[in-house]
Structures are given as structure tokens and as C-alpha cells.
Design a protein. Structure first.
Length: 117
């Protein structure tokens, strides 16, 4: 079980609650660090978080990669895509040690994509 717990606020991911704060770069940095570390949990506190750029969650295609990256929320934080092009994507990643992604306790407003089967 992954025991690395990180708070998104420590990376500068802060709720804008409709005020237009773009959290894309900060969230991407947090996800990239956890992916490179082999997994862990990113905790997102309650609030509304806006994103104006694509968020990529990279997952290894190596079948032996057993790390899990978990993104979990407190009281159902809402992740909002602020334009039609913004997408939350799970992608095949190079140099990551994560084989599984779990998104729980979150609400999404916008587009979600995953790898095609």
C-alpha cells in the first residue's frame, strides 16, 4: 500500500470558488512528482478548483509496475474545466512507476478521457 500522502495545497493548488484561479500547473507538478515517486495519495481539500489547461495523469504500461496514484477529496471538491479544450486525461507515461490510478471523492465538471482499450 502506498503511504506517501501529499496535500495539493502544498503545491499551490488552491480553491478559487469561481474567481478564475488556474490550478493546472500546480496540480500537474504534484501529479508528476507522485508518478515519478512510484505512487502515493494526493489529498485535495474541499472547494472549487479551476483548470484552464489539460491535466495528464501518467501511468506506466509496464505490467510489473504495481504503484498506485490515488487522488482523493474531502467533502467532494469540484475540479472545473474552464474552457472547452480542457481535459483531465490518463495517459501512457514514460519514466513513471505507477500502474494504477484511483480518483475518489471528487466531482468533475468538464471532459474526462482515459486510455482507449
Amino acid at each position: 500500500m502506498d503511504t506517501d500522502l501529499r496535500n495539493a495545497a502544498d503545491y499551490g493548488v488552491l480553491p478559487g470558488n469561481g474567481l478564475g484561479k488556474d490550478n493546472a500547473a500546480a496540480l500537474q507538478r504534484a501529479l508528476d512528482e507522485l508518478g515519478a515517486a512510484g505512487g502515493g495519495t494526493l489529498f485535495i481539500p474541499e472547494g472549487v478548483y479551476e483548470f484552464a489547461e489539460r491535466i495528464n495523469i501518467a501511468v506506466s504500461t509496464d505490467a510489473n509496475c504495481s504503484g498506485t496514484l490515488r487522488v482523493t477529496g474531502d467533502r467532494m471538491p469540484t475540479l472545473v474545466a474552464t474552457d472547452d479544450n480542457t481535459v483531465f486525461v490518463v495517459t501512457d507515461g514514460a519514466n513513471v512507476r505507477v500502474g494504477h490510478v484511483v480518483l475518489e471523492g471528487l466531482q468533475f465538471q468538464g471532459n474526462l478521457e482515459g486510455p482507449s482499450a
